[in-house]
Design a protein around this ligand. Structure first.
Ligand code: TRP
Length: 335
């Protein structure tokens, strides 16, 4: 039996932060070492254009995210690691899928509906400033997935609807043109921590509460010192529940460390001391990868080479599959 394919994309619009690391990057890199699946990870730079019109941001983010995955030890002998825009078959497939996708299906996409809702609340025209990229984005995402006949797609909960749409689109294509696509499934891991940010809300760029992954040591410490706590004095027992500091510490701790910190809270550890321990723990996990990251980022050509190698491997799959799909829809040589 052939291996299952696990595939996921990372949109290149920002600098990786601790929340990305704990929630997505770390579990994916661990999974990349498994021998019983074929994993495909890619930099979704076409997706970046949907939200970002600053070429420098897209370009820099692509570099930073690629360097991050490589520095953290992504096994690129096993996993296929590539940049979406290096695979022209993905855009080609996007059009074939666009031609079978019901407009009504896209009308129901959460991201599009939220944008419309926001416009209406402001008294604007429903489609004010909404580009077709946002509207059709689930089709591009379906192409990313179906191009590799991915079985399992690890994503956040907010992406589950897009997987349902990918299945719907795949089914329609299969119905018209024969059985070409397998049905992908979203994999949402409820065990991976959703990391709070410095203010206790989910760590997210949109809340401006992130701790960037590759801060230099001193800045990392400073950033951890800014995690919001309360005014309890040293010696006063503290609650772990609802504490952003405890949650962040826990995401990096082993069970014994977590238990010890829980006890320390109960015993009234000073906030400053708890933060110092949190800093030391996170720093020890990241320090060696940080040097690898800095080395890589100063030599983009090494990263580029790895991406080109990934693209070559990816295209061993996509070129012949696209050939098959073109045949299926009637786009082929005359004789
Ligand atoms: N849209 C996804 C996100 O915002 C990123 C993404 C793009 C993706 N293409 C994908 C994820 C294909 C899984 C599979 O998180």
């Amino acid at each position: 039996m052939s291996k299952r394919t696990v595939l996921t994309g990372i949109t290149t619009t920002g600098t990786p932060h601790l929340g990305n690391y704990v929630g997505a990057i770390k579990p994916a890199i661990e999974a990349s070492h498994s021998t019983d699946v074929q994993s495909c990870y890619f930099l979704a730079d076409y997706h970046a254009l949907i939200k970002c019109r600053d070429p420098e941001v897209v370009h820099r983010s692509t570099l930073e995210i690629a360097a991050t995955w490589l520095a953290l030890g992504l096994d690129t002998d096993r996993a296929i690691f590539y940049r979406q825009s290096d695979i022209p078959e993905i855009s080609e497939l996007t059009w074939l899928l666009t031609c079978v996708t019901a407009k009504g299906l896209m009308n129901r996409a959460h991201a599009y509906k939220a944008a419309v809702q926001e416009n209406l609340e402001k008294g604007e025209d429903a489609d004010f400033a909404i580009a077709m990229g946002l509207f059709s984005y689930p089709i591009l995402m379906a192409a990313d997935i179906l191009m590799f006949n991915a079985n399992d797609v690890p994503v956040g909960r907010d992406q589950v609807q897009h997987l349902e749409m990918a299945r719907d689109i795949a089914q329609r294509f299969n119905h018209f043109f024969g059985d070409h696509f397998v049905m992908p499934e979203a994999v949402v891991d409820d065990n991976v921590a959703v990391l709070p940010g410095q203010d206790g809300r989910k760590m997210s760029k949109s809340y401006n509460n992130t701790i960037p992954l590759w801060l230099p040591e001193k800045k990392l410490r400073k950033s951890i010192m800014k995690i919001v706590t309360n005014s309890l004095e040293p010696g006063e027992p503290k609650q772990t529940e609802g504490s952003a500091l405890f949650a962040i510490y826990s995401a990096f701790a082993n069970p014994e460390q977590r238990q010890a910190m829980k006890q320390a809270f109960a015993d009234g550890i000073a906030w400053g001391a708890a933060k110092q321990e949190c800093f030391e723990l996170i720093n020890s996990e990241l320090a060696s990868a940080r040097s690898a990251y800095e080395e890589l980022i100063s030599e983009p050509s090494r990263i580029e080479t790895r991406l080109q190698e990934g693209a070559e491997r990816a295209r061993e799959i996509t070129v012949p599959f696209m050939q098959e799909l073109r045949q299926a829809v009637g786009i082929r040589r005359l004789l």
